[in-house]
Structures are given as C-alpha cells and as structure tokens.
Design a protein around this ligand. Structure first.
Ligand code: F6P
Length: 324
C-alpha cells in the first residue's frame, strides 16, 4: 500500500517582512528532508480562496537564492472578505481537494486571527510571526523586526549627520502599526534625545521643555523618534522650531523599513521557526503558533497566543534614565 505523504500548504499574508523568504526556504527544505510535500500559495489567503494557478508544488529548486532576498516570493495580500466563514470554507475546500492537510501561515496579527479560525473550521494551521512590527505578544521577536530596526537605525545615523551640520533637530517617524517596539529600540540604538513610542508617552510640553534646553546646552543636533499613529510629525517639527528656536525637520521613514535583505538574526530566526513548523505538522500538531522565548523555539496554542498581552521590552525600563 502506498504510504500517505503529508501535504503542507504555506502562505505569507499581511505586510511583508524581511526574512519571510528565509522561512519559506526552511519549510521547503525541511519538508523535503523529512518527507512532506510543500505547496506554495500565492498572495496569502486570497490565493487560497482563488486556488487554481495560485497553488503549486515547491521543491528545493523553488527556493534557491531566496534566503538573501527581502519581500516574499509567494507574494502577499490583505483580503477583507476573508473574515467571512463562507469564504474561508471555500478556501479550505480548495486545499483539501489537493490533499493538503496542514497550512503554515506567515504573517502578523490579522494572519494569526485567520489561522485560528481556519483551524476551527477544519484546516489545522501553524502560524509563524512574520511582521516588522514585533506586535505578536506571544513571541519575544517576530521575523523582520531586526532588519526593520537596522534600516531605521541607518536612517537615524544619516539624519544625525545632516542635523549636526545644520545644528538642527531631526524628527523621524517609524512604523510599527500600534506597537512602539521599533521606535523604542531604534531610539536607544541611535542615541535619541526623545522617544515617543505610544500615544501615552507623548508629552508635548516635556518635549518642548527639552528642546528649549538644547540651545542652552549648545547642542549641535537632536534626534526625536516618534512611532506612527501618535501625532503629525511635520506639525511637531514646526512647533519645536517655533517654541525652542532650534531648527527642526521631520522625516517619515515609511515602507523603506519593510524592504531589504534580512539581517543574519532574521534569517536564523526564520530558519529555526520554519523548521519547527514542519516538525509540528509532521507530529500532527495544528492550531499552534511558533514562538521564540529566551532563545528557545516553542509551540503555543493559537488561542493562547492571541490573548497574551503585549509588554514593552521589560529590560528597557531602566533605559528611561538615558532616554529622558
Ligand atoms: O504591519 C506592517 C506595517 O508595515 C505597519 O508597520 C504599517 O502600519 C502597515 O504595515 C502599513 O500597511 P500598508 O502596507 O498597507 O501601507
């Protein structure tokens, strides 16, 4: 009797993140080594729903030369209509018709919600945290965060050069959706004067008081890091300039943070997590999220992963003495 091979689908969904390709590569190579068939699904849940040419068998050759590349070779999309169970059931049926019995999803919070529901509806999912935002609370780090952080750091260092030349303050707005991890981490790494990593940490009067001291201190430059969705950074620059007399310019870093070759840390994290996801599928464990905690790769039930509350880096508390 022919042995029934396990067939695993893989998709990337939501905002792309550097390191997603390294995860896909690890999944395909681990699958090949351990005897599972891997099927790539183009454009996230949309491809799963539309099926046809969107689902294809992946072999080691499909993942040659991708570990160095940012973006995702599988493409990604945000499909609003996927929140409807009727569409999810169509998508599940598409996979089942091909004999696919496990699905690995790589993405952020929205992707996790989708994976949880798909599991409940009959397609066991294994979720990998792939997002620059680091907003998946169940894991210490998400795939893509380190690369985005380094991209933001490079931008801050460049802004320092020009700020210094002009005796100016640079405000930089960084991404993170509603999570301030990129802002906080880059603020520390870049030696920022002020870091506003959430609406709750935005004290305009305190920033203006600080800005007024820069002239007195004879500072050549100042750096203010602000997380997105907190305030209008161009208006803030104008206010700082008017109230402190210190010249000020704002830069919104934007989608640059999502691109580029992944750092070693992201490639290694993605490879470890991709491998762990295949092991979970082969062990028959669905409805789980892969996470890293204290440098250990672990499995957490998806339902639990979605209820963990996000903590700002705990060990950054004492750094407030340096930041303020
Ligand atoms: O989730 C990743 C992210 O880049 C966030 O940091 C940002 O808020 C959002 O996606 C931007 O989304 P879009 O690519 O749809 O503009």
């Amino acid at each position: 009797m022919e042995e029934k091979r396990i067939k695993i689908g893989v998709l990337t969904s939501g905002g792309d993140a550097p390191g997603m390709n390294a995860a896909i590569r690890a999944i395909v190579r681990a699958g090949d080594y351990l005897g599972a068939e891997i099927y790539g699904i183009k454009d996230g849940y949309k491809g799963m729903f539309e099926a046809g040419k969107y689902i294809f068998r992946m072999t080691r050759n499909s993942v040659t030369d991708i570990i160095t590349r940012g973006g995702t070779v599988l493409g990604t999309a945000r499909m609003k209509e996927f929140v409807k169970d009727e569409n999810r059931l169509i998508a599940i049926n598409n996979l089942k018709q091909l004999g696919i019995n496990f699905l690995i999803t790589i993405g952020g919070d929205g992707t996790y919600q989708g994976a949880k529901r798909l599991t409940e509806l009959g397609m066991p999912c294994i979720a990998l945290p792939g997002t620059i935002d680091n907003d998946i609370a169940s894991t210490d780090f998400t795939i893509g965060f380190d690369t985005a952080l380094n991209t933001a750091l490079d931008a801050c260092d460049k802004l320092r050069d020009t700020s210094n030349a002009h005796q100016r303050c640079s405000i930089i707005e960084v991404m993170g959706r509603y999570c301030g991890d990129i802002a906080l981490a880059v603020g520390v790494a870049a030696g920022a004067e002020v870091v506003v990593y959430s609406k709750e940490t935005f004290y305009l009067e305190a920033i203006l008081a600080e800005a007024k001291s820069w002239k007195v201190q004879n500072k050549r430059h100042a750096l203010v890091v602000v997380a997105e969705h907190v305030t209008d950074v161009h208006e803030l620059a104008q206010e700082i300039e008017e109230k402190s007399g210190f010249s000020c310019r704002a830069t919104i870093l934007g989608h640059i943070q999502r691109g580029g070759s992944p750092t070693a840390q992201d490639r290694i994290l993605a490879s470890r997590m991709g491998h762990a996801a295949v092991l979970a599928a082969l062990g028959g464990r669905g409805g789980i999220a892969i996470a890293i905690r204290n440098n250990e790769i672990i499995e957490i039930p998806l339902a639990e992963a979605l209820t963990v509350k996000k903590n700002m880096f705990k060990n950054f508390d004492e750094l407030m003495h340096i930041l303020s």
